[in-house]
Every structure is written in structure tokens, then in C-alpha cells.
Design a protein around this ligand. Structure first.
Ligand code: MF3
Ligand code: CO
Ligand code: CO
Length: 262
């Protein structure tokens, strides 16, 4: 395992890709309405990334993934493939996961969108996923052991009676889409990895209303909950700096949150 420590020139470039990814999530917000197809959402994101941002949608062609962004609705946990016949309906929750490649570096982020009147349970699911991400980000600083991230997320999520998906994790990111270390969202083992300034990685907890079991569907990408309950995910790319951490994929709407006081 080799955890790369990024230099300031690289950090600037990763930050740029991260901001482009965050801007895609901001741009798409106004299109998220009942009746739009996930295919249309994918195409709007694709055209914005390629024509306006002059960047590369990193998901497209990654290990054969057929679309530019991942769109994962309701009981789809992650890696959803958009489709012209899959429409957003009132009450749906949907994750859009955007990874940008720009000037040789990657940035990766996702959030949930709530379509119309969403059940209280699914609203709470989305909020819990988002807060678990912030709670993990809040503990980040040099000297902290990596396993604390998963411990923090699992403790919070289970206190809300939801479950943490085990089969997928966050990852180091930079010149590569996915690099060391793996960021687990539950407590497994203390690998004795200690956070250091210049590390950049994603945290991207997936949490379910029911149990944490998931399965890969026949298309070999789409991951669903086994018990058919809804799943929610939020993802940020974060930098460990000299004293704490910085969210590189932060959106305008989040800057007013009292993230530190959660
Ligand atoms: N963006 C996802 C992640 O957070 C990875 C998607 S891989 C893809 O790591 F091929 F499905 F795009
Ligand atoms: Co990621
Ligand atoms: Co992602």
C-alpha cells in the first residue's frame, strides 16, 4: 500500500477538478423534477462537463462504465446506469455521482436530490448520510488514525437505526481515480494508518433503511439493496492540511451550514 502525499501544485489541480465536479451538482439541481429521465440528467451533465467546463467525465468508459455520471435512485446503492425509460417520480430520492478529470487530476463528489414529497423516513435517511459524512470530516487532522472515520460514521448511522454498506468504500484520489488508501465507512480494523498533511481521499458513506446487504445486478454495475429498502449516499473529496482538513468539493449551499457544530 502506498499513500501518496500531494504537493501544493498537485493540490491546486485536484482542487480545480473537485470544484468542477461540485459545480455540476449545483448546475443539475434545477432539472431534478418529476418526469425527467435519468438519461436526460446524464446527458445534461455530460454536455456541461464537456462543452462548458472543457473537462472529462471520468466515469465514461471507466472499466467499461457506459455513462458520464452515476445516477442511483431509491433502492439503488451506487453505480446506477441512466436510462431513457427510468423517470424521476414524486417521492424518489436520487444520488448523482460526478467525477471530473481535468488537467491530469481527478475530483469526485456526490449528493442526494429529493424529488417532490419524500417520505419522512427517506428524508431522515438522506440527512443521516449527509451528517455522517460531516461528522467524519470534522474529526480529520494530522495524527488521527484512519479507522476513526469508519467508526464515527457507523456509530452515528446506527444510532439513527440505519445501516452502513460494507462492500464499497472511499479512496485516495489524485492522478488516479482510485488509489490507496481505502476508506471504510464502518469499524473493521486499525491498520495503523495515520493521517498526514497532503493526503487527499474521498469519504462516501452509503447507508440503508434496512440491513446493509447489497447485490450486483445483471448489468454488472448497478448495486441494489437486497431487502429493497432505500439507500442514500453523500461523497466529498477532502484534503488533510497542516491543522485540520478542507472539503475540496464543497458546494455554495454548504458554505452556510454550521458543519463544525454538528
Ligand atoms: N464515482 C464513484 C466513486 O465514488 C465511482 C464510479 S465508477 C463508475 O468512487 F465507473 F461507475 F463510474
Ligand atoms: Co469516490
Ligand atoms: Co464518486
Amino acid at each position: 500500500m502506498k499513500i501518496l502525499i500531494k504537493k501544493s501544485k498537485e493540490i491546486k489541480k485536484i482542487h480545480k477538478s473537485c470544484q468542477l465536479a461540485a459545480e455540476v451538482l449545483e448546475m443539475i439541481e434545477s432539472f431534478i423534477k418529476p418526469g425527467i429521465s435519468t438519461e436526460e440528467i446524464n446527458n445534461i451533465c455530460h454536455n456541461y462537463i464537456v462543452n462548458i467546463q472543457k473537462a472529462i467525465p471520468a466515469a465514461l468508459g471507466y472499466k467499461g462504465f457506459p455513462k458520464s455520471v452515476c445516477i442511483s435512485k431509491n433502492d439503488i446503492v451506487c453505480h446506477g446506469i441512466s436510462n431513457k425509460n427510468e423517470l424521476l417520480n414524486n417521492g424518489d430520492i436520487v444520488n448523482i455521482d460526478v467525477t471530473i478529470l481535468y488537467d491530469g487530476y481527478y475530483g469526485d463528489t456526490s449528493k442526494m436530490f429529493l424529488v417532490g414529497d419524500v417520505s419522512v423516513k427517506s428524508q431522515l435517511l438522506c440527512l443521516t448520510a449527509q451528517k455522517s459524512l460531516y461528522k467524519a470530516i470534522n474529526i480529520l487532522k494530522p495524527g488521527v488514525r484512519l479507522y476513526k472515520i469508519g467508526q464515527t460514521i457507523q456509530k452515528y448511522v446506527e444510532s439513527k437505526k440505519f445501516s452502513v454498506v460494507r462492500n464499497y468504500c472511499g479512496h485516495g484520489i489524485g492522478k488516479n481515480f482510485h488509489e490507496d488508501p481505502q476508506i471504510l465507512h464502518y469499524l473493521a480494523y486499525d491498520y495503523e494508518i495515520i493521517l498526514k498533511p497532503g493526503m487527499i481521499f474521498t469519504i462516501e458513506p452509503m447507508i440503508n433503511i434496512g440491513n446493509h446487504d447489497v447485490y450486483l445486478t445483471n448489468d454488472k454495475w448497478t448495486v441494489k439493496t437486497t431487502d429493497k429498502t432505500n439507500s442514500a449516499q453523500y461523497e466529498h473529496t477532502v484534503l488533510i492540511n497542516e491543522s485540520s482538513s478542507q472539503i475540496l468539493t464543497i458546494r455554495e449551499e454548504e458554505k452556510n451550514f454550521k458543519i463544525k457544530n454538528l
